[in-house]
Ligand binder design. Structure first.
Ligand code: TEU
Ligand code: CA
Length: 563
């Protein structure tokens, strides 16, 4: 496998609105990010992915862009951005930006012009279907509840939006749209940024003729993702963008690709195909979704063996061909310690175990802000406290169907995106040190116990564990490039695997349960005396001494050995 800097990097995702507020208006901003670059240096990460900072009316917190060439006022100015880039580069940190080109804001000048009249020059920048009011062109449901079609009174037509009604989808079949996007992407790369996370990119192609989806639930609108998922146009457009733009720069690209299997992912990331460097898949994020009419909002238990199956397929199928992007959290997902670990008694223990997992797989690890101190989900006691458009729309749609406020809240506590969007917890002062004003969304009230200042003072904190993991990864070839092999495939609590390069073999042992469990490794696996590289065990000495081939694991224990 060809060596590149982005394979050897660890990335850190910043949701700027919630990271650090420098001027007391309650909204995180670019000067806030600049003030925390030393902190990120101390953690040891290499790349920052910053969520959208472009000019936006903020219907979806910046994922609805009004002007691709300007910075959101609340975040600062272009001069602030240039300062951020320079200061980051000075510290050896790279910056990748979010590239949101499946849609724009409905306040983007293109859309304003497009909707003015069917004869407008920009009409075909977006997707319009004539019709009659109240008669939807088809039954597709948007990701944020309700139909994908919005009626436009003036021109007696519908426009398509896969996300909120303030996020009309661009028409990628129009060469002028493609040209505009290429020019914009070049413009940012010429500023010196180091790449892109490409938002919702596998949705840019829509099925020809917009056919109805089969309607099992007899609802007005149905999940129809198949009709705008991984269609051939996506690959054509990515190859074109790669050839015309990406390939002329030393950058990294990671596409967001929900609903994508490893085989489909190879079409994006196989090196010879020259599309993207990596994709984020969602197979492990969807394991606890019941699907059907509940979509993501229900909670379905899943066995650990299922997680092993999913991740092992990604590890094996991409090895030697493409590169993985590994994560358990981002700004759209619940906090990982609440979801896959234990947010109570074993919070720090399980946070470290989950970190060990993501940082020892083949692929580039992505840390989401706050994960490195074990931040948890939040339970606001009223819907009014939530800010996310997806939550607001879900609430509205479910109220119409008669679901109780209490039941809606319960679902939001477990799956709502605002779990990940409460302000970063810097210290135990008012508002967790995030702002001197009123934060745009409330702080999680566990901030007095869980915050960066506390973590930095405690040598056994989650923070220092991440720091050590990141440093270890950099020193080992097997850690970055080694081949993954699953052990104990059927074990209900232990996830164990090896990573092997020409010179080295690592053994990773993870107890995903709150129980003590007995570890029985295959005979002959551990030959000479193994070297313990890192563990979260309370009895680190014992873990080091014990006979590796048969010993007890503590609840949520994690250990990495060189064997
Ligand atoms: O998300 C795209 C996406 O596919 C969503 O369905 C995502 O899975 C959903 O938010 C989970 O509830 C991206 C961004 O990450 C998200 O924040 C944006 O809202 C969305 O695109 C629209 O730009
Ligand atoms: Ca601010």
């Amino acid at each position: 496998m060809k060596r590149t800097w982005w394979k050897e990097s660890v990335a850190y995702q910043i949701y700027p609105r919630s990271f650090m507020d420098s001027n007391g208006d309650g909204i995180g901003d670019l000067q806030g990010v600049i003030s925390k670059l030393d902190y990120l240096n101390q953690l040891g990460v290499d790349v920052i992915w910053i969520c959208p900072i472009y000019d936006s009316p903020n219907d979806d917190n910046g994922y609805d862009i009004r002007n691709y060439y300007d910075i959101m006022r609340e975040f600062g100015t272009m001069a602030d951005f240039e300062e951020l880039l320079a200061q980051a580069h000075e510290r050896g940190l790279k910056i990748i930006m979010d590239l949101v080109v499946n849609h724009t804001s409905d306040e983007h000048p293109w859309f304003i012009e497009s909707r003015q009249s069917p004869e407008s020059e920009k009409r075909d920048y977006y997707i319009w279907q004539d019709g009659e009011k109240g008669q939807l062109p088809n039954n597709w449901e948007s990701f944020f509840s309700g139909p994908v079609w919005e009626w436009d009174e003036a021109s007696q037509s519908h426009y398509l939006h896969l996300f909120s009604r303030k996020q009309p989808d661009l028409n990628w079949e129009n060469p002028k749209v493609v040209e505009e996007i290429h020019a914009m992407v070049k413009w940012w790369l010429d500023k010196g940024i180091d790449g892109f996370r490409v938002d919702a990119i596998n949705h840019i192609g829509k099925a020809k003729g917009y056919p109805n989806a089969p309607n099992p639930d007899k609802l007005d609108v149905v999940p129809a993702h198949y009709y705008f998922l991984n269609l051939p146009l996506v690959h054509d457009k990515l190859r074109e963008m790669n050839e015309n733009v990406f390939s002329h720069y030393d950058i990294m690209t990671v596409g967001e690709a929900p609903g994508t299997s490893p085989r489909e992912a190879l079409l994006y990331v196989e090196e010879a195909r020259k599309e993207l460097d990596m994709v984020f898949h969602f197979e492990h994020m969807n394991m606890d979704h019941p699907g059907g009419s509940q979509g993501k909002w229900g909670l379905k238990p899943f066995p650990l063996t299922r997680l092993k199956q999913v991740m092992t397929r990604w590890q094996e199928e991409l090895h030697g061909k493409g590169w993985n992007a590994n994560y358990l959290s981002n700004h759209d997902q619940p906090r990982q310690v609440s979801r896959f670990g234990d947010e109570g008694e074993y919070r720090t223990k399980s946070a470290k175990m989950l970190a060990t997992f993501i940082h020892t797989l083949e692929g580039t690890p992505f840390i989401y802000q706050g994960e490195e101190i074990g931040m948890t989900n939040v339970k606001f006691d009223s819907i009014a406290a939530y800010r996310d458009v997806e939550i607001r729309n879900y609430h509205q749609a479910q109220r119409k169907r008669g679901k109780s406020e209490a039941d809606i809240l319960k679902a939001v506590w477990v799956k709502g995106r605002d779990n990940a969007r409460t302000p970063m917890q810097w210290d135990d002062s008012a508002q967790a040190g995030f702002t001197t004003g009123e934060p745009w969304i409330a702080v999680n009230d566990n901030y007095r116990a869980i915050n960066v200042e506390q973590a930095l003072q405690d040598p056994s904190s989650v923070f220092y564990y991440y720091q050590k993991l990141i440093a270890l990864r950099k020193q080992s070839d097997a850690w970055v490039y080694g081949r993954y092999e699953l052990l104990l495939e059927e074990h209900p609590d232990i996830y164990a695997y090896t990573r092997t390069s020409a010179e080295e073999k690592l053994l990773i042992i993870l107890n995903f349960s709150a129980r003590e469990v007995s570890l029985q490794l295959p005979d002959g696996l551990v030959k000479a005396s193994p070297e313990l590289l890192i563990t979260n065990a309370d009895e680190a000495e014992a873990a080091k001494q014990a006979d590796l081939s048969a010993r007890m694991l503590e609840p949520y224990e994690a250990a990495v050995y060189r064997i």
